[in-house]
Design a protein around this ligand. Structure first.
Ligand code: HEM
Length: 324
């Protein structure tokens, strides 16, 4: 565990205890950094080249691929249950309707099945794709331990537990805690909203009649509010999560919170709660701390394993369907 002092004067007296990858050593019981070293030698090269090809054609895929990983891992662990495509699966839930990038995973899986048949799980592929998408958006690189199994169960109703953007900070903390993630992980992983978009549907409740007050959310900067009202005439429109540097993986997300320009109310509220505000403040000043810790937190997120689904899991040959 390393202890880093905030550099800013305002926070000079504060320290933030942040874990390193070495502190996550318990992961090694289930997952291994060397799993595919012999069985699928060029796995990471194949995946990176493919993700790059897709993201070069359509840069908006990078955030979508990162988000897929989050939605997979917080429901039944990282078991690629989000990819199963059948009636009543997580993917068909209302909560999943704005998820994108499934075709990228299918394309990569097909390529890997040619080179290393029946060897690499869709869950491991998804995790690697999320990392590479982050790197291609200018974010950090992190090492990935492998060995996730693909689950055989995927239920739409289970996807409804994923927070939608209007929850309280306490709800978010409790949700993250139930997945083995702490407050630091919450604030750091929320920084993923430095890239990507939301549908206006997720923010409209803030624009006119916030919590039945007939007024907008008072924590929205007035100019930003005007911009959002113009931009979000229809619920189906899209708006950048980071209004300042939407395509770059940087600390601007945290600066936006200070200026009342957090787009989702769950983003902005991180800056009004004493449990999360000091962390958001500290990260805004320290780009390399944010990037390093984002990698550490992603390893934690992508190592959430549901013991049952791991034991009963398989290596799917097609990510959309369980094996017959
Ligand atoms: C803290 C709780 C979180 C909430 C409440 C939340 C909520 C949301 C919402 C409402 C959207 C927009 C959906 C729409 O199109 O309507 C979104 C997008 C996104 N989320 Fe989150 N999220 C959370 C955590 C995370 C985490 C942990 C990650 C990744 C590590 C993540 C990555 C993303 C990305 C990259 C996008 C943009 C996707 C795109 O452009 O296609 N989110 N999130």
């Amino acid at each position: 565990m390393s202890v880093l002092a905030y550099e800013s004067n305002d926070y000079s007296s504060m320290t933030l205890k942040v874990p390193s990858l070495a502190d996550l050593s318990s992961l090694e019981d289930d997952l291994s950094y060397s799993l595919y070293r012999e069985s699928c030698y060029d796995l990471e090269g194949i995946i990176y080249r493919k993700v790059k090809e897709w993201v070069t054609k359509d840069p908006t895929l990078a955030p979508s691929l990162l988000r897929l990983q989050y939605h997979d891992c917080v429901v039944r662990g990282c078991d690629a249950s989000i990819l199963l495509d059948h009636e009543g699966s997580e993917k068909t839930s209302n909560m999943s309707k704005s998820l994108r990038g499934f075709e990228v995973i299918d394309d990569i899986k097909a390529e890997i099945e040619k080179k290393c048949p029946k060897t690499v799980s869709c869950a491991d592929i998804l995790t690697t794709v999320a990392r590479d998408a982050t790197v291609l958006a200018g974010g950090p690189y992190w090492m990935i331990p492998y060995g996730r199994k693909d689950g055989r169960v995927s239920l739409a109703k289970e996807a409804s537990i994923v927070p939608k953007g209007s929850e309280s900070v306490t709800n978010l903390i409790e949700f993250f805690q139930s997945k083995g993630l702490n407050v630091l992980d919450l604030v750091i992983l929320s920084g993923a909203h430095t890239i990507g978009k939301t549908t206006c549907e997720s923010v409209q409740h803030r624009l006119y009649d916030y919590k039945g007050t007939k007024k907008p959310d008072p924590s929205l900067d007035p100019k930003y509010l005007n911009y959002l009202r113009r931009k979000c005439r229809w619920a189906s429109e899209n708006v950048n999560l980071d209004g300042e540097t939407p395509n770059t993986f940087d600390t601007q997300y945290y600066h936006n919170l200070k200026k009342n320009m957090g787009l989702l109310s769950t983003d902005q509220m991180l800056y009004s709660d004493s449990r999360t505000k000091p962390i958001a403040d500290g990260l805004s000043f320290q780009s390399s701390l944010f990037k390093n810790q984002f990698g550490v937190a992603m390893v934690k997120l992508s190592s959430i394993l549901d013991v049952v689904s791991q034991d009963e899991g398989e290596i799917r040959t097609d990510c959309k369907y369980v094996n017959h």
